[in-house]
Design a protein around this ligand. Sequence first.
Ligand code: NAD
Length: 265
Amino acid sequence: MEANQELAGKVVVVTGAGRGIGKQIAIGAGLRGAKVALVEVIEENLEATTKEIAAMGINIKGYLTDLSKESDVVNNFAKIEKDFGQIDCLVNNAMIHDSQDLISTSLEVWNRSLAVTLTGSFLTIRASLPGMIKRKKGCIINIGTVNAKTMIGSDAYSVAKAGLHALTRTVAVRYGPDGVRCTTVVPGTIATDAWQERVDRNPQIFEKLKSWYPLGRVGTPIDVTEAVLFLLSDKAQWISGSEFVVDGGLLAGLAPMYKMVEGSD
Ligand SMILES: NC(=O)c1ccc[n+]([C@@H]2O[C@H](COP(=O)([O-])OP(=O)(O)OC[C@H]3O[C@@H](n4cnc5c(N)ncnc54)[C@H](O)[C@@H]3O)[C@@H](O)[C@H]2O)c1
């Protein structure tokens, strides 16, 4: 990843950054000069990742937080502000994923999905906004999904994410006059550990999914991070409320279908 210093001096909070896309965003922001607060519920991953990123010379601190617990979020975000002085940017990346269909989904799984992915983001945004409003500047990025735009299964997860997409618009419009920008980044399939269960079931899954992607492959955490870093930077200072689709062309059409329709398959 190219490492200019366009985020120098900014404090960037990344949730769910113990692994996967969140970890890559934390590294990317740190390499561009940001101070990074890493928020994660799995202690082992939090410690290992914080240590690994600190060894790269990045100013980083880890905060063990269960985003579904209001007191955890309130206390840890207050700690982050105390440790770093302020929160300039927030990236809501944490989620839990469940691939069950609606009939098989227990109320517990449904509630947990909403609690972490949607309510957790509401809590982090609510905790970050007052400081941003006071300084008349702030940037919030919610990591959404193509599942929130079109039905691709994982029912509870997709509904929670669709709520998050709506939350972006609410924040952007209500707090835009206070200098706060809020956007959604909308990834397609990204090969991360979150897919492990599905890879175990179907080891060829990424290969098989390729035919849906006009650009011929699934994505990587770096593909998503590059978009996030642009949106975090002041280059994006007139961008708010919008959705940035990072999906190799997936949502642009029905790739395997059009050839069948025109007889070129
Ligand atoms: N991987 C994909 O194909 C894909 C596609 C579209 C969107 N996304 C989105 O990208 C983001 C990152 O996905 P990923 O593939 O890296 O997933 P991941 O499972 O590797 O990362 C999610 C992180 O959130 C953490 N987390 C879960 N519950 C938490 C809680 N209660 N409190 C704090 N942290 C918690 C997890 O421990 C994990 O580290 C997610 O928002 C996901 O919805 C991913």
